[in-house]
Design a protein around this ligand. Structure first.
Ligand SMILES: Cc1cc2nc3c(=O)[nH]c(=O)nc-3n(C[C@H](O)[C@H](O)[C@H](O)COP(=O)(O)O)c2cc1C
Length: 196
């Protein structure tokens, strides 16, 4: 699969069943994803893998709900076989600002989703109640300054080819800076210069 095809056929998959990547496979894919742009190569993130009964126990703790069929979520969809929790672990006071560390973490996550997709796995990044649950910080033994960015639910999506999406119109999201613009500073800049 070429890179454009991979990108335009990826979907956030809501229905995910077995198989999911093994721990070893997840590690391998993560080593690839960890080569995503990361200023300072800080890798300011970590993953916590949750499967099976542990996933159900985590759900019961953070988002208690009424009785539901085993293995199904509140909407009656199958629970994913692997839930990978993404913990943001910024290095405090580092010369690389925290927002750049967050950007690196998001780049890594998208790369991981693409690698999963290329192998036929599906995933969806979820935030929701998990991220705001009050007891979660302690339960996951998160350090001070760490933050849960959500979970990546991972498994195998339903059979069938994924359609290529139509490419969105992004023409109003791109502009070109001309040399002539530099010769005519914007009002605010001229004022600032003459005030010096
Ligand atoms: C940071 C982040 C948080 C998200 N949280 C949720 C969520 O809580 N629930 C959900 O159904 N989808 C969530 N999504 C997935 C988006 O809804 C999804 O990417 C969007 O609908 C576009 O679908 P697509 O990925 O198939 O293009 C999240 C995506 C991101 C990047």
């Amino acid at each position: 699969m070429d890179v454009m095809t991979a990108i335009v056929t990826r979907r956030s998959e809501k229905v995910l069943t077995d198989p999911a990547p093994s721990d070893g496979e997840f590690h391998y894919l993560l080593r690839g994803a960890a080569t995503a742009p990361d200023h300072g190569r800080l890798r300011p993130w970590r993953w916590i893998l949750v499967r099976g009964e542990a996933r159900a126990a985590l759900d019961r703790t953070v988002a208690p709900s009424g009785p539901r069929p085993a293995g199904k979520n509140a909407r009656g969809l199958p629970e994913p076989p692997l839930r990978a929790l993404l913990v943001f672990s910024p290095l405090p006071g580092h010369r690389i600002p925290e927002w750049e560390q967050l950007a690196a973490s998001c780049s890594m996550t998208h790369a991981l989703m693409m690698l999963l997709h290329a192998l036929g796995y599906g995933s969806i990044w979820r935030t929701g109640r998990l991220c705001t649950s009050p007891g979660l910080h302690g339960l996951l033994r998160m350090e001070e300054g760490e933050r849960l960015l959500g979970s990546l639910d991972i498994g195998t999506p339903p059979e069938g080819p994924r359609q290529r999406r139509p490419l969105p119109d992004v023409s109003d999201r791109v502009s070109v800076f001309e040399a002539a613009t530099a010769a005519r500073p914007a009002h605010g800049i001229r004022e600032a210069v003459s005030a010096e």
